[in-house]
Design a binder for this molecule. Structure first.
Ligand SMILES: Nc1nc2c(ncn2[C@@H]2O[C@H](COP(=O)(O)OP(=O)(O)OP(=O)(O)O)[C@@H](O)[C@H]2O)c(=O)[nH]1
Ligand SMILES: [Zn+2]
Length: 212
């Protein structure tokens, strides 16, 4: 890949905020009351044995599923180091679980995250790329925003020459209800820096993502 492109990073026209962190913590009590109301709305008896613990259980589950609302991406990418490597770093097939903000139903699949370090060779631990996907996935989301947020977080903190993020996912709101097209998958991509300006860099990364 060529090396004549300036590093990208904070201040880029296409950089977007990470999404404000919630200042409060998850309100377990309120979530429990809401789940109880939902059961009542469905005509269920929240006092019957099988459901008695359900509001508390579901609230705990959502606290976990929305944990990314309370986690700062700076804490994930707190450690970067310089390594003499100016070529592509790509982590493929990172499992991603999130939930669409329209129906609060899961979407899940795989994320592929790659970047080309800047001239200082600023890199981060490979696991941090997966942690970023996890963090942004654990919020009410749309797949497009999830994809961009991962790309922008890396662009801002590593100031790399380029970032590419591809997510392939199946949305249960399209499978188990509504249009009922189980198995349909959605692919989204976000490219920054050299991957946006150079078609050959982009297609090289995309073929590595596809495993060719
Ligand atoms: N662009 C985008 N759309 C999504 C995502 N997750 C769910 N959706 C869509 O959000 C849309 C919400 O559409 P609405 O018409 O408001 O809701 P709805 O009546 O439940 O829609 P149907 O799912 O078509 O029954 C649906 O088309 C979903 O497929 C996502 O990550 N990105
Ligand atoms: Zn949905």
């Amino acid at each position: 890949m060529t090396s004549s492109v300036e590093p990208i990073g904070a201040g880029d026209d296409d950089s977007r905020p990470d999404g404000a962190l919630n200042s409060t913590q998850f309100d377990q009590e309120r979530a429990e009351a809401a789940i109880r109301e939902l059961l009542l709305a469905a005509g269920e008896d929240p006092e019957r044995e099988g459901l008695r613990e359900t509001p508390a259980r579901v609230a705990r589950a959502y606290r976990e599923l929305f944990a990314g609302l309370y986690t700062n991406p700076d804490d994930v990418l707190d450690r970067t180091f310089d390594e003499a490597h100016e070529e592509l770093v790509l982590v493929r097939d990172i499992p991603v679980y999130s939930q669409c903000e329209h129906h609060l139903l899961p979407f899940h699949g795989y994320a592929h995250v790659g970047y080309i370090p800047n001239e200082q060779g600023r890199v981060t631990g490979l696991s941090k790329l997966a942690r970023l996907v996890d963090l942004y996935g654990r919020r009410p989301q749309v797949q497009e925003r999830l994809t961009s947020q991962v790309a922008d977080a890396l662009a801002q903190r590593l100031e790399p020459r380029g970032v590419i993020v591809v997510i392939e996912a199946e949305h249960l709101c399209m499978g188990m209800r509504g249009v009922r097209k189980a198995g349909a998958t959605t692919t989204t991509s976000a490219v920054r820096g050299i991957f946006r300006s150079s078609a050959s860099s982009r297609s090289e990364a995309l073929s590595l993502i596809r495993g060719k």
